[in-house]
Write a new protein. Structure first.
Length: 205
């Protein structure tokens, strides 16, 4: 099984499996109310607008952290891994939608009413590997993502779960796309290491 096929299957499993777990938890818990969370306090159009604005802002600042000089070592590692997947735009959107919908239903919809915003956010960031005592660089990013997830948790509670889903999906689309573009550029540089200098020399002639 190729890496791309595996990651697409995991995305599909997230979209199907996590909501099923959330529904089961909802069925046996008086604390959880998925239906009310999905309907939300605000109308859906307003939740979508808030989600788009929030997701775009958080993705932008996440990209700034990722591209900071102190993150170069981590960035190179993730770009090398992602480059092997060769994700298309449609695949990036699919993976991001699966994560945005599936994970938010489970974490913000089912776990948050039980664990609270902070502990749910810390748990979410930790299982994604962003809190690593052996790597302070990735932990810096993890602290930022904890703040982001706390805000999404607050929006899920005060606005509606759709807001968190939209924001989460856009963040993933933005970051996956940026990293895939960087991976493609890196691969092009290795295949044609003298390409830029060659064109410059030709232009000077």
């Amino acid at each position: 099984m190729t890496g791309k096929k595996l990651i697409l299957q995991l995305a599909l499993a997230t979209l199907i499996g996590m909501p099923l777990i959330a529904v089961l938890m909802d069925r046996f818990s008086d604390t959880i109310d998925l239906r009310t969370s999905l309907i939300g306090i605000f109308p859906w159009w307003k939740q979508i607008v808030i989600g788009v604005i929030t997701g775009a802002l958080f993705a932008f600042f996440a990209q700034m952290i990722i591209e900071a000089p102190f993150m170069r070592q981590v960035n190179v590692k993730y770009i090398a891994v992602l480059g092997g997947f060769r994700l298309t735009w449609n695949e990036i959107v699919f993976i991001s939608l699966c994560a945005g919908v599936g994970e938010e239903l489970l974490f913000r919809g089912a776990l948050q009413p039980i664990m609270g915003i902070l502990w749910t956010s810390l748990f979410f960031v930790a299982i994604h590997g962003y809190i690593n005592p052996r790597d302070w660089r990735i932990s810096v990013y993890g602290i930022y993502m904890t703040v982001v997830i706390c805000v999404l948790g607050w929006f899920a509670r005060s606005s509606g779960l759709v807001t968190a889903m939209i924001a989460h999906t856009l963040i993933d689309i933005w970051l996956l796309h940026k990293m895939q573009v960087a991976a493609d550029k890196e691969e092009h540089h290795h295949v044609f290491p003298g390409n830029d200098s060659t064109h410059t020399d030709e232009g000077n002639e």
